[in-house]
Write a protein that binds this ligand. Structure first.
Ligand SMILES: Nc1ncnc2c1ncn2[C@@H]1O[C@H](COP(=O)(O)OP(=O)(O)OP(=O)(O)O)[C@@H](O)[C@H]1O
Length: 339
């Protein structure tokens, strides 16, 4: 008898990603373990999604000649979090993953509690991956997480890039992989249950103080009730379609940007005016970043205001963007300067 369908599904999802990793990096090229088979790490919170992921990695990796390890991040936000991290380490070790480690991080405050924890977590995961020369780090985000991300993006009102949710591969060189993005959370839970894997439910996931938790426990159930069960799948599909559209528009903008600049690098208003708004705003965004605006602080409302220098010109003064970048219209030119 084969494995339970849920177990078969999580293994298949991981196998696909491992094949991909092996194609890109058949052996380890970094100094740590050079020439050895690639190392793939699972980022594990101890929750059901990432425990299912760890079990599937532990099963598939040796069959494909891949080394498999695990890492858990202790955010230090709750009393006893160090004990829990140690428990996760022993659960990952019991799955025969090696190396396995817990990393303690200090979570700052910038951008709110969720963003600060995420920032600290990814920095720690990057450091562990670098230290071990890992080819990939697997994350347990599911289709349900993707649907939540799309809904959060929709509510921000900042365009299709934020509707495109999480990528299957992201980070430096695409090192972060999300094998479960096409699987529902229920499948991961079920896979843990039938394999008798102990899982830990993060109280933050149910804490209504967190926006994502409210989306998960309040907003999505209401949407499902009103629109039907398929809404999660539809939101996840929206992510993929939006990502493709956003990628296409980004490359369009990258291709036309040089042609709207004059000899001194300023932007020509007439040429910008002729572009479709979606492309024009992307060109403006690229120009702002090139002038020194940090990408993460540049929002849709900033670009709309700059856009009005082109489409709603009534002699406005300079527009100030994050990173002390000022944009002014001078004659038929937009001039961006940091100062
Ligand atoms: N403390 C942590 N240590 C290591 N990896 C983590 C940690 N927290 C989250 N991750 C990784 O990020 C993914 C998404 O985490 P998040 O908390 O957003 O989702 P989740 O649905 O609660 O996942 P899980 O059920 O695995 O906890 C996890 O599946 C895991 O791969």
């Amino acid at each position: 008898m084969g494995p339970h369908p849920a177990v078969a599904a999580i293994r298949l999802a991981v196998r696909r990603v491992l094949h991909d990793v092996l194609t890109l990096a058949p052996t380890t090229s970094s100094p740590q373990g050079a020439g050895e088979p690639p190392l793939v790490l699972v980022a594990c919170s101890g929750g059901a999604d990432s425990m299912a992921l760890a079990s599937a990695l532990a099963f598939e990796a040796p069959r494909l000649g891949v080394r498999a390890g695990g890492v858990t991040v202790d955010h230090g936000l709750q009393p006893g979090s160090d004990l829990r991290a140690a428990e996760v380490v022993s659960r990952l070790t019991a799955l025969d993953l090696d190396p396995v480690e817990a990393v303690r991080v200090d979570v700052g405050r910038e951008g709110g509690p969720e963003a600060a924890a995420r920032e600290a977590r990814y920095a720690a995961l990057d450091a562990v991956a670098d230290r071990h020369g890992a080819a990939a780090i697997l994350l347990g985000h599911t289709r349900d997480d993707q649907a939540e991300t799309v809904l959060l993006g929709l509510a921000r009102g900042s365009g299709i890039r934020s509707l495109s949710g999480m990528a299957t591969a992201s980070g430096a060189g695409g090192r972060y992989r999300r094998p479960f993005l096409g699987l529902d959370r229920q499948t991961a839970r079920k896979a843990c249950m039938v394999q008798s894997l102990p899982v830990w439910d993060d109280p933050h996931n149910a804490d209504p103080a967190y926006t994502r938790s409210r989306v998960r426990h309040e907003a999505l159930p209401v949407l499902e009730k009103a629109l039907g069960k398929g809404v999660v799948e539809a939101l996840a599909r929206t992510a993929q379609l939006s990502r493709d559209d956003a990628d296409a528009l980004d490359s369009w903008a990258a291709a036309v940007e040089p042609s709207v600049r004059d000899d001194s690098g300023d932007l020509e208003v007439a040429k910008l005016y002729a572009l479709p708004p979606a492309v024009r705003r992307r060109v403006l965004r690229r120009a702002a970043i090139a002038a020194g605006s940090p990408a993460g602080s540049l929002f849709a409302r900033h670009l709309e205001e700059v856009d009005r220098l082109i489409t709603g010109w009534r002699g406005q003064g300079a527009i100030n963007l994050p990173g002390r970048v000022a944009v002014r219209r001078q004659g038929g030119r937009l001039v961006l300067r940091q100062g």
